[in-house]
Ligand binder design. Structure first.
Ligand SMILES: Cc1ncc(COP(=O)(O)O)c(C=O)c1O
Length: 372
């Protein structure tokens, strides 16, 4: 059956927002400024204010943000970087792109780096750890930073999915040395194309990041290192300045929708719901449930007009370019059991209730031994 409730349909931006975006495009087209400019500065200032971040460096996308962060911290050949086995592939990709080696570590039952086994992955070559705030839920940063400090290594937060989350009043990305965001269109704050940002409390790191982002130039034609062109497009910064005005409202919609999911699904014993969705350190980027009947449920939902997604179907060390001989039991099980339900600010409460009814109408074939 053809899906009737899409997982995410970005055509559903409200008409008044579409009009504002068209106006912004028209304004920039008339100005004829397509790189840098006050639009980019305004975007960085807005983020700085919203996140309480002393330094914001906008950039081309979240993957480049991770690469720039690693390079700014001097991480490269012969270095090891600890990363979780379950994430979007960029976390591992960036480590390899700077010439370092990703050391995968298993996740806990929510998909976050397992803080109980960090010591097992530490060696004399370890230079940094990249916790990933997967699905928009923050890793316990107090615990992680304390461990990293005891080992004398850097912390780069992959906050690509966690824009707008705060733990003990501090934004994701500001607990460690550098935080990386993605504004890929499907993110909670999404551009109309590719974009990203880095945040830090450290003025010197901020300066290095700005230089690396712009061909290693301190000022025009004065190249002090080998950098990249990893600048944000002016047009994307302009669109993000418009979309940012809706961010808080959209976040509260996500929170209300997630409450409907939790209230309606909490008594189903063959489903594990995400933890802490009502807290400030979860931004509901994705609403990911776990079930042993993942594939069957997904098919049932599809047949009943509900599109879902999987984040992610394979643990990174199981992908051929990243192959590791080690086993990562929790991440590998997650890959088989997770299912992402529709979660975006364009959904109505009625639609979410309908999705819950479809889930409840599925009757899994639970073996007798497991029922008792
Ligand atoms: C956890 C994680 N890390 C990194 C990235 C990379 O961001 P981008 O797609 O903007 O390069 C993403 C986004 O897809 C992500 O979800």
């Amino acid at each position: 059956m053809k899906s009737k409730i899409p997982f995410l349909d970005l055509k559903q931006f409200p008409d008044h927002l579409k009009d504002e975006l068209k106006e912004k495009f028209s304004e920039l087209l008339d100005k004829g400024v397509f790189s840098g400019s006050e639009e980019v500065i305004r975007f960085e200032q807005k983020l700085s204010q919203l996140l309480g971040a002393p330094f914001v460096i906008s950039c081309s996308n979240g993957t480049d943000a991770l690469e720039l962060a690693l390079r700014a911290l001097g991480i490269g050949q012969n270095d090891e970087v600890i990363i979780p086995a379950m994430s979007w592939v960029s976390t591992a990709e960036a480590v390899i792109l700077v010439g370092a080696k990703p050391i995968f570590i298993d996740t806990d039952t929510s998909g976050l780096i397992d803080l109980e086994i960090l010591d097992l992955s530490f060696t004399s070559k370890t230079k940094a750890i990249i916790p990933v705030h997967l699905y928009g839920k923050m890793v316990n940063m107090k615990k992680l930073v304390k461990w990293a400090e005891s080992k004398g290594i850097f912390v780069i937060e992959d906050a690509a999915q966690a824009f707008g989350t705060f733990q003990i009043g501090i934004s994701a990305g500001l607990h460690g040395d550098i935080g990386c965001f993605s504004f890929y269109p499907s993110k909670n704050l999404g551009a109309l194309g590719e974009a990203g940002a880095l945040i830090t409390k450290d003025a010197k790191l901020a300066e290095k990041l700005k230089i690396l982002r712009n061909h290693g130039q301190e000022v025009r034609d004065h190249h002090v290192t080998i950098g990249r062109n990893a600048r944000i497009d002016t047009i994307q910064a302009g669109f993000l300045n418009v979309i940012l005005n809706y961010f808080k409202e959209w976040q509260s919609t996500r929170k209300s929708l997630s409450k409907i999911y939790v209230d309606n699904l909490k008594n189903i014993d063959w489903i594990k719901l995400p933890d802490g969705t009502d807290l400030s350190d979860h931004n509901l980027h994705l609403f990911v449930i776990r079930t042993k009947f993942r594939n069957e449920l997904r098919e049932h939902m599809f047949q009943n007009g509900v599109e879902t997604s999987i984040h992610y179907p394979t643990a990174i060390p199981q992908l051929s370019p990243y192959h590791s001989k080690k086993e990562f039991p929790e991440s590998e099980t997650l890959a088989k059991e997770v299912i992402s339900l529709p979660m975006n600010p364009f959904l109505s409460e009625e639609t979410v209730k309908k999705i819950c009814e479809v889930i409840k109408s599925y009757k899994p074939d639970i073996p007798f031994a497991e029922k008792n």
